[in-house]
Design a protein around this ligand. Structure first.
Ligand SMILES: NC(=O)c1ccc[n+]([C@@H]2O[C@H](COP(=O)([O-])OP(=O)(O)OC[C@H]3O[C@@H](n4cnc5c(N)ncnc54)[C@H](OP(=O)(O)O)[C@@H]3O)[C@@H](O)[C@H]2O)c1
Length: 344
């Protein structure tokens, strides 16, 4: 419920402590932020709901903010105020930002250095699907793995926010996609052009080998741990394993960095072996999305593809800010295909 209005106050979602319960996400009234040096204030049009918030709730976020915290990794909105020492932006500009936390509120102050421009004719929910998930998928495919048309890739979690975009981009690029998901999402994966594998029921390695006996040119893995060993074993000579998170289950709340250590150890080991020429030209790399020139360039390239209809980000659903807990519940219950979006 929207509390009483005041021109300088706003709604926000706040988390006061971690726990595996979306109802810990509470709506509250807060004072609108001001733009400090190097910052702009953005009126948020759309904010993404992503696995990062699930990890935050569970106390497994790799960079946990201090509580109480406003979640929200990525956003699209319009600048309402510009702080000192901001040169290239003005009130009214439509922008994308990736503050990592803080997007789930009506107004947010963000560093101007991380902003990217958003065209007026792209719906906010579509644009926000690309701000973090789209850039992650694009850069892993085109900048890290550099898979050519005709190649074959394995996408873990192909029905998720990142996975669905990665699948769409790869298929558009003439790449064959084998995608893992729970069986309920297999029809959606087929509709996207992927060949589904059930990560719960199948022996993933055997199922992929049956589909691609010569191995795959890239594996995109957000699970970490032993899943990376499986991915590595499936690579064809010259192939690339991209590790982009460690969301494997089995860790306790508060063990926020522990899941990442096995992934780091593995990737470093493979890098060392590659330096010694012992990987058959296979390589492993870790990916983490960052704002900057490449980020802006890639986002712009994707906006162009959206305009021409060549890229259609899958939107799993849109929710008002007050329903943030419901959106997170949907994500935690794995009922979504594509990106969930809050419209504050
Ligand atoms: N490195 C980076 O810069 C970066 C950027 C963005 C996101 N990420 C990471 O990317 C991952 C995906 O994020 P998202 O927002 O797209 O999350 P999401 O929408 O929740 O998607 C995650 C997907 O993982 C799947 N999954 C769960 N367990 C699995 C398993 N054992 N095997 C295969 N798939 C499994 C789920 O599939 P089912 O529903 O079929 O169970 C779900 O579709 C997260 O770990 C996130 O932290 C990293």
């Amino acid at each position: 419920m929207r509390a009483e209005m005041n021109t300088r106050s706003m709604d926000q979602i706040v988390l006061t402590r971690t726990g595996d319960r979306p109802d810990l996400l509470q709506l509250r009234r807060a004072v609108q932020p001001e733009a400090r040096r190097g910052q702009v204030v953005v009126r948020v049009e759309a904010a993404g709901v992503s696995f990062a918030e699930v990890q935050l709730l569970r106390g497994l976020h790799p960079f946990p903010p201090r509580m109480p915290a406003v979640p929200g990794y990525d956003l699209v909105g319009r600048i309402t105020a510009v702080g000192p020492r901001v040169d290239h932006w003005k009130p009214g500009d439509r922008v994308a930002a990736m503050p990592r936390t803080g997007a789930w509120q009506e107004y947010v102050a963000v560093p101007a250095s991380g902003l990217a421009r958003v065209p007026e004719d792209i719906p906010a929910a579509t644009a926000v699907a690309l701000v973090c998930n789209g850039v992650t998928a694009w850069q892993m495919l085109h900048r890290r793995a550099r898979v050519r048309p005709g190649g074959t890739v394995l996408v873990q979690g192909a029905g998720g926010g990142v996975g669905s975009l990665l699948t769409a981009m790869a298929v558009r690029h003439g790449i064959r996609v084998i995608g893992t998901s729970s069986p309920a999402k297999h029809d959606a994966l087929r509709a996207m052009g992927a060949e589904p594998v059930d990560y719960r029921g199948d022996d993933v390695a055997a199922a992929v080998r049956e589909l691609a006996p010569d191995g795959v040119d890239a594996v995109f893995d957000h699970l970490g741990g032993r899943s990376l060993d499986t991915g590595w074993s499936l690579l064809a000579p010259g192939g690339t394993l991209v590790s982009f998170d460690s969301s494997v289950e089995g860790y306790e709340p508060g063990q926020w960095f522990r899941p990442h250590l096995p992934a780091m150890r593995r990737v470093m080991g493979w890098k060392l072996r590659r330096m010694l020429g012992r990987t058959g030209d296979r390589r492993a790399t870790m990916y983490y999305v960052r704002p900057g020139d490449a980020y802006r360039e890639d986002l712009e390239a994707m906006f162009k593809l959206v305009r021409t209809g060549e890229l259609r980000p899958e939107i799993a659903g849109t929710y008002p800010l007050v329903k943030a807990a419901d959106a997170v519940t949907e994500l935690m219950n794995r009922r979504t295909v594509g990106k969930l979006v809050l419209l504050p």
